[in-house]
Write a protein that binds this ligand. Structure first.
Ligand SMILES: Cc1ncc(COP(=O)(O)O)c(C=O)c1O
Length: 473
């Protein structure tokens, strides 16, 4: 039963990985990219193409552009269109073997997996292009001339004011604009705080959750900062084990990647520890807005703004491409962080900052987050329903929030499952990929499945492919 479902001929909508580039406008570029995908065999005969609307949304082109491109390729014989069965790759469009082909530089994305279920990215096809463009235009028109001058390393006042209001309202952060420093995302914040090792704003050793983003641990290691893994249990990080560390880095609202919130008693305990030792708590609030089952878990910073540095970014809520984030600092750290930032260093563009301010103040940010929360909840529910129907033996955890879930696997099966997935063109990570090298493997075997990134039309096929690689019950 499961076999026939997985092998269904109606598998549609795999992300086409098309890169629109070259001369002649978007229609010509799309025709070229599709023709090349068919000619090279990347799109096999019989493959059903996404509906105009979905592909147009994914690529950010007009629906008519897609319709025109399909029509052109039908006329050329590469595609067929039949009432009721959509547009497909024509049967006779065999890949050219050994024929001389115009050398085409394969776009990086075209070499990627067929289904991307890695955690990390939001749904790129849902970026609010129109609302962002409108906010950008309004911000640009309203900006005073001095905005185009050298600028303030702390960030534009407009965006710091907007963030102070938003973070208080949405995340329970206690701050004022002068304690906010705009940066280029969480990773940039870590660099600014620890950048010069012992001479940095903060120093190590730093307690970290035993499971977390390896990239952040490496970033600290590069700055000469030692990290000490804190074991995790059902209440979150064992902050009771903190000792002489100078700081601790936590994901209190939604432990990354296992998925639970830090227990209220542990929240209080880590604040007590930091007060007693004069240490700092770094709060990585990477997806605090996406909580599905109840009200958001408020920011830890609200418990003690003097001991917690709250760090957030738009990487999950809008797009990691914007490279826009913020640090909410105790007053005593503002100067040192600005000194670390320097007068002419890597700043988020002032224009993007002004656009974000306008986006927040106009209510567009709230609307977008609300819309995405609904969409991601729906995706999460589809994941759960698909697993219940086709892999009921697999337990899913970490479902209450965020853009990823953890699929619990029988002991000893994680590595082979990840390998099988890779073979089948499904990109995802096992829990082991996030474990601190010195941390205990307490979280067991599991897959971290990001359900936000696939384009809407490709999600069903990605779930099918996922179920097909799970170990049998
Ligand atoms: C655990 C975690 N922290 C922080 C971030 C945000 O990183 P950045 O703002 O550098 O894009 C991410 C990814 O979006 C993440 O997964």
């Amino acid at each position: 039963m499961r076999e026939s479902w997985v092998n269904s001929a109606e598998r549609i909508g795999a992300d086409l990985h098309l890169e629109l580039s070259g001369p002649g406008g978007r229609r010509a570029a799309l025709i070229r990219a599709l023709r090349e995908a068919v000619r090279s065999g990347r799109l096999a005969p019989g493959t059903r193409l996404p509906p105009y609307r979905s592909l147009a949304a994914d690529l950010g082109v007009a629906r008519n552009t897609v319709a025109d491109a399909y029509a052109e390729l039908v006329a050329e014989g590469w595609l067929t269109a039949r009432q009721g069965s959509g547009t497909r790759v024509a049967d006779r469009a065999e890949p050219l073997r050994g024929a001389v082909r115009t050398p085409v530089r394969t776009p990086v994305r075209a070499r990627g997996p067929r289904h991307d279920l890695r955690q990390g990215a939001p749904d790129a096809s849902s970026f609010p292009r129109a609302a962002w463009a409108a906010a950008y235009r309004r911000a640009l028109q309203a900006a005073p001339s001095e905005a185009f001058g050298p600028g303030d390393p702390a960030g534009r006042r407009e965006v710091r004011e907007a963030l102070a209001e938003y973070l208080a309202r949405a995340r329970g952060v206690r701050t004022e604009p002068d304690r906010i420093v705009v940066c280029s995302g969480f990773a940039h914040a870590l660099r600014l705080l620890f950048g010069q090792g012992a001479g940095g704003v903060l120093r190590g050793p730093v307690g970290v959750e035993a499971y977390g983003l390896g990239f952040h641990r490496e970033l600290l290691a590069t700055a000469g900062v030692r990290t000490v893994p804190l074991p995790l249990d059902e209440d979150g990080a064992r902050v009771d084990l903190l000792g002489r560390e100078h700081a601790v880095l936590l994901t209190p609202a939604h432990q990354f990647p296992t998925g639970g919130p830090l227990h209220p008693e542990r929240r209080a305990a880590v604040i007590d520890w930091s007060r007693a030792r004069g240490s700092m708590v770094l709060e990585d609030d990477y997806d605090g807005e996406f909580r599905y089952d109840r009200r958001p878990v408020g920011a830890l910073q609200g418990l003690d703004p003097e001991r917690v540095i709250h760090i957030g970014s738009v990487s999950k809520s809008l797009s990691p491409a914007l490279r826009l984030g913020w640090m909410v600092l105790p007053e005593r750290y503002v100067g040192p962080v600005l000194a670390a930032k320097g007068e002419r260093e890597a700043w988020a563009s002032v224009l993007d900052q002004l656009a974000l301010a306008e986006f927040i103040v106009s209510g567009a940010y709230d609307r977008h987050v609300r819309r995405m929360r609904q969409r991601y909840r729906h995706r999460r529910d589809r994941l759960v329903a698909t697993l219940a129907a086709h892999a009921p033996h697999v337990e899913v955890t970490g479902l209450a929030a965020g853009l990823h879930a953890v699929l619990r696997l029988p002991p000893g099966t994680e590595r082979s499952t990840v390998k099988a997935a890779t073979w089948q063109g499904v990109a995802l990570d096992g829990l082991a990929a996030f474990r601190h090298p010195q941390g205990e493997p307490a979280a067991g075997d599991g897959l971290v499945v990001g359900y936000a990134a696939p384009a809407e039309h490709a999600y069903g096929a990605a779930l099918e492919a996922l179920c097909a690689v799970l170990p049998p019950g």
